[in-house]
Design a protein. Structure first.
Length: 344
């Protein structure tokens, strides 16, 4: 399912949507840099002094971005939106901003300024001088999460960085982004010279793809293995696994890959019921459960009464990639339909 999204700094309009659809999509690194606590500056320094500090900070940030080959897309209030040709340049630009501002701490009032940065890379739609799309949305979400003087990025960017920059990164958590079914793996890019830089990291996909979960329902199967994968289950026609039982909810449950584990989350009215192989029934009501081994799952009633609304799960090791349905490749496919068919 395709969603039209835009970053929160710009309100979408019909004209912008028309222009966006007409422009080619290009790969960029997208960076947001925001002056943290600027409201407090105006309160403590007064409007005139605070404005000078903010303007000087934006000018320094602009110089750092341009020195690393970046383009300033726009300035919105106390924040910059920039693009770079690739993730490596984006990382260089983010570090350059923080290091340039750190060197100004001895300047009057500069010690009050701290910048938070979020950057992401991926397809971006250019419309006029602006940029739109899911990659921009994720970068905007990251800068909102970042602490002052912190740089946050995504697993996608980390995979594309040089070994020097990857050695400065550490994985933090998964986050949800409005308009996305899947979660985003968030990483911190450390930039201070005194921070530990001896850690060596493999890519997220290399680290996370060893385990696999397979769910079977009405003759169809789905496999989850990538960090952030989400499989939706319910009566709603957009669900990956479509239920028909009257006791099932429209958004009944989800299975997601989080920190390398397969987590079943119940959202339903009547509950989700597990019967692990060799175990006893487990009733879930708005709860989470980590799936391992194998067993049965029923939706709205215990397995013995589930009839055709009974799914089977198994976990194992993923060794050879296969062409299978997963939460990205088969959105909205109705469980029980013939292979390759779609829900009406």
């Amino acid at each position: 399912m395709t969603r039209n999204v835009t970053h929160p700094m710009v309100a979408p309009t019909a004209e912008m949507a028309r222009i966006a659809e007409a422009r080619a999509i290009r790969e960029f690194a997208v960076l947001f840099a925001d002056i943290a606590g600027s409201t407090g500056l105006y309160e403590s320094l007064g409007d005139a002094r605070a404005h000078r500090v903010v303007a000087a900070t934006l000018q320094i940030m602009t110089g750092a971005v341009q020195a690393c080959g970046g383009r300033i897309v726009k300035t919105v209030g106390d924040a910059l939106l920039c693009t770079f040709q690739n993730a490596e340049d984006g990382a260089r630009g983010a570090i350059a901003i923080q290091q340039a501002l750190q060197g100004l701490q001895q300047v009057p009032d500069a010690g009050r300024v701290a910048v938070r940065i979020g950057f992401n890379c991926g397809p971006v739609v250019e419309a006029g001088d602006d940029v739109f799309g899911d990659s921009v949305n994720v970068a905007a979400r990251l800068v909102q999460m970042a602490r002052p003087q912190q740089i946050l990025t995504t697993a996608t960017c980390i995979e594309r960085l040089s070994p020097e920059h990857r050695s400065k990164a550490r994985e933090l958590q998964l986050i949800g982004v409005r308009g996305r079914d899947s979660y985003v793996a968030v990483w911190e890019l450390r930039w201070r010279p005194e921070e530990d830089q001896t850690q060596r990291l493999t890519t997220v996909r290399q680290a996370r793809t060893g385990s696999l979960l397979r769910l079977e329902f009405r003759g169809l199967g789905w496999e989850l293995w990538r960090e952030g994968d989400v499989l939706t289950i319910g009566r709603d026609e957009t669900s990956h696994v479509r239920l028909d039982g009257q006791l099932a909810s429209r958004d009944h449950a989800r299975i997601l890959v989080r920190n390398g584990k397969f987590v079943l989350i119940d959202h339903s009215t009547n509950g989700t019921y597990l019967l692990p192989e060799g175990g006893t029934n487990i009733a879930m009501m708005h709860e989470e459960y980590v799936l391992s081994g194998s067993g049965k799952v029923s939706f709205g009633c215990i397995a013995a009464n589930a009839g055709s609304e009974l799914a089977r799960f198994s976990t194992g090791t993923r060794t050879i990639p296969r062409a299978v349905r997963n939460a990205e490749s088969a959105p909205g496919e109705r469980a029980g339909a013939a292979p390759g068919s779609k829900s009406p």
